[in-house]
Design a protein around this ligand. Structure first.
Ligand code: PEP
Ligand code: MN
Length: 377
């Protein structure tokens, strides 16, 4: 059961105290307070853990300061919408909003290589007004002989360059707990010129110790990538691991699922799940068209298949795009064959803007249709 307090209620004030006093008569019930600084408003929730069936909802709902009481289904306790009873809250990190209404585009190389290449990307981002980047530093590779990323040695110059170009958030994969610490220390030493979103890659989608480590810190938000061979439910449960440790600032990323049925694409594009994740959970949803498509083939209409996949995710309401760009793909140490170039950036963003506008129009049409049917009944 979750008790949602009215927006102006002080967590240390008399209303919460009265509520907790009332609940203390139920011996087997534990309470856990959760304050979320949402993108739209501050949300204070009290979670009741234990057998709650004998607690009268009507009494709780009449108590001062209570906005509503929700009986949660056992699934996705923390991240779930519980049959539409809870709203999305979202969060703001380093000045950037992440919610089911927001939109941002993270661009950059699969793996960080040289300061020159990184600077070229940041310079172009500044030119077009982007403040969110993707930069792999720790790389989980299929072959042990492939480039494994520069690791922590590149963090000082990477963060310094990010600060120079006003980059607010860098999505960066972590493979083990100590990487979180390394990122934290490097950011501190650099004077916090930028922010980091910890990426849990598809290969670690059920690495429960890593999920718990990302969840038990509150410093960085987490970009969770769906397991390449996992049912949606299993990946959502993995996010529940992160949230249940205390960190609810999570973005869920669809990146295609591994199947020969996706051939000739690298993975089978799963962006029809964008609205499903938004319906089942309170999480903003990201799409990764690069690892879904995995190549730069151009359709007969003149549009790259990566652009087409991007549009499919955005038209379905995606809140974030994670996409690989490299100024010199032939030199890239990882995934150069699927990277877009700086020359393609303006076209890519113009295409995205058009599709996002179309998505908003579709939402408007749906609202009008709903209003009409409600009015006629
Ligand atoms: C990445 O985005 O750098 C990456 C390795 O993606 P995934 O974990 O989805 O394969
Ligand atoms: Mn890659």
């Amino acid at each position: 059961m979750i008790i949602i307090m009215k927006p102006d209620i002080d967590p240390n004030g008399p209303e919460v105290k009265q509520l907790l006093d009332y609940l203390s008569q139920f011996d087997d019930i534990q309470t856990r307070f959760s304050g979320i600084r949402g993108a739209m408003r501050e949300v204070n929730e009290i979670y009741l853990i234990g057998p709650t069936h004998h607690i009268p909802i009507e009494v709780l709902e009449r108590m001062p300061g209570v906005e509503k009481v929700v009986r949660v289904s056992s699934k996705y306790r923390q991240i779930g919408k519980h049959g539409g009873q809870l709203d999305d809250v979202g969060f703001i990190y380093n000045g950037v909003e992440f919610s089911q209404n927001s939109f941002s585009c993270f661009i950059g190389p699969c793996a960080v290589d040289t300061p020159e290449n990184v600077e070229t990307i940041f310079r172009n981002m500044k030119r077009v007004g982007l403040v969110t980047a993707r930069m792999g530093v720790y790389k989980p590779r299929t072959s042990p002989y492939d480039f494994q990323g520069h690791g922590k040695s590149c963090l000082p110059w990477l963060f310094e360059l990010a600060g120079k170009y006003g980059i607010k958030v860098i999505a960066m994969e972590v493979l083990k707990e100590v990487h979180i610490e390394e990122i934290y220390n490097a950011l501190e030493e650099a004077g916090r010129p930028t922010g980091v979103m910890l990426q849990i890659g598809t290969r670690n989608a059920q690495n429960f110790e890593l999920l718990k480590a990302a969840g038990s810190q509150q410093e960085f938000p987490v970009l969770y990538k769906r397991g390449m061979g996992l049912a949606l439910e299993d990946s959502l449960n993995a996010c529940e691991y992160i949230a249940s440790e205390g960190n609810r600032n999570i973005v869920f990323c669809l990146r295609g699922v591994q199947s020969r049925l996706g051939d000739p694409h690298r993975n089978l594009v799963d962006f029809a799940h964008v609205p499903v994740v938004k319906r089942l959970t309170r999480l903003p949803v990201c799409i990764d068209p690069t690892h879904s498509v995995g190549g730069k083939d151009r359709a007969p209409d003149g549009i790259l298949e990566i652009f087409h996949a991007t549009a499919q995710g955005i038209i379905a309401g995606a809140n974030m795009v994670l996409v690989e760009f490299h100024p010199r793909p032939e030199m890239a140490l990882c995934d150069g064959h699927q990277a877009l170039t700086m020359q393609e950036l303006d076209h890519y963003l113009a295409d995205i803007e058009e599709v996002r506008r179309c998505y908003k129009k579709r939402v408007e049409l749906a609202q009008q249709a709903l209003f009409k049917s409600w009015h006629n009944n």
